[in-house]
Design a protein around this ligand. Structure first.
Ligand code: ZN
Ligand code: ZN
Length: 369
């Protein structure tokens, strides 16, 4: 990703900051900061912030030990503070130099640890705080070509690993969920994944009926439906794909029907995606198929979530949402039916909204064999 991409995003964020009446945008390490600078770090115990005024260049305020790293970003101005110094005083001086007054409207990242939010408050005195979603949400929700290339690559990576698991077939029977999950993780990493997008889900038999069961020591038995939901990051962007397979043997009597219903619901929802359609209408398209088949009360979650630097972000495909879909939005379409004590079925692909419909980012077989 070029430095001009990050700078261009920051300039657009400054325009939006003005639009929402904010005086300054303050970001700790996190996905918003990564989006504007490419700098990736976790929030730690030391104050580290990017301070973005309405106009002019942003300024990094960082502990000494990070100075070299943030100088590798496009942001020209870097201020440092040393262990033993008062970081809040350094922040106070920075605000003053930027002309940010004590009662300024400060737009803060929603993920900011409370102690850093309090530091921002005390560095100013009596600021008004609001959340950065209003500034960065509309920018991040529409992916550019660089982002789409990464998301396509992450989709291909997940597809390839799913194919490999499917090919293992009967060889995977008798192994524990955790053992198979570890193999999936290893394959994702060996094929170029940077890190898991989220813990690998291997939900065999009744465990598949719990949508967020990850994996455990249950051995996969012949005939078990197995929910496989995983992805890894490529160039910073995650994959997220689900297939429900039977690796060997005959599945429970109800499984064939349920799998067919979920597959039909997923296809109906994908078909409903196009610019201008409401997110809630895509959810409804999936839900109608499942309700008509009599499993409405077993579809216990929304139909999908946006995917970008965050694995769960806007837009959410949830009942009643009147959010309009726009070209460049990327989200999952993942209806499921869960029969407690028996099995679960979920089928998930990521899609990107195009000018007249959508493009799937996952292509591997959706069947259960
Ligand atoms: Zn998933
Ligand atoms: Zn998902």
């Amino acid at each position: 990703m070029t430095e001009t991409t990050h700078e261009r995003r920051t300039r657009r964020a400054q325009d939006r900051l003005v639009d929402v009446g904010g005086d300054v945008l303050v970001l700790p390490p996190g996905r918003n900061l990564q989006y504007l600078t490419g700098f990736v770090e976790e929030q730690g115990d030391r104050l580290l912030l990017l301070v973005v005024p309405q106009t002019g260049d942003p300024v990094f305020l960082v502990p000494d030990l990070y100075a070299e790293q943030v100088r590798g970003t496009w942001v020209p101005a870097v201020r440092t503070w040393s262990d033993g110094e008062d970081a809040t005083a350094a922040l106070s001086a920075l605000f003053e130099d930027l002309g940010v007054g004590p009662d300024a409207h400060v737009v803060v990242d929603g993920t900011t640890h409370a102690r850093f939010t309090l530091a921002v408050e005390s560095a100013l005195g009596d600021p008004t705080l609001s959340l950065a979603e209003s500034v960065l949400g509309p920018l991040r929700v529409r992916k550019d070509e660089v982002e789409l290339a990464a998301l396509r690559a992450a989709g291909d990576l997940a597809d390839g690993v799913l194919d490999a698991v499917r090919e293992a077939g009967a060889d995977a029977v008798g192994r524990t969920e955790s053992d198979l999950a570890w193999e999936i993780e290893r394959r994702l990493r060996e094929a170029g994944g940077e890190e898991l997008a989220f813990p690998v889900i291997v939900g065999s038999g009744p465990n598949g009926a719990m949508p967020h069961h990850t994996h455990g020591d249950r051995e996969i038995a012949p005939g078990d439906p197995v929910v496989l939901d995983f992805g890894a990051r490529v160039d910073g962007y995650p994959g997220d794909q689900t297939r429900t397979v039977v690796l060997a043997g005959d599945p429970p009597a109800a499984f064939r029907e349920v799998h067919g219903v979920v597959r039909e619901a997923q296809a109906a929802a994908v078909d409903a995606v196009e610019p201008g359609v409401r997110a809630g209408a895509v959810d409804a398209a999936a839900r109608e198929v499942i309700e008509a088949a009599g499993y409405g009360d077993r579809f216990v979650h929304r139909t999908g979530h946006g995917v970008g630097l965050d694995v769960h972000e806007e837009p959410y495909l949830v009942g009643g949402s009147d959010r309009e879909l726009e070209p460049g939005m990327v989200f999952s379409v993942e209806p499921g039916v869960y029969l407690p004590g028996e099995f679960g079925v979920r089928i998930e692909d990521l899609v990107v909204v195009t000018g007249n419909g959508c493009e799937r980012l996952n292509h591997t077989d959706r069947g259960w064999r």
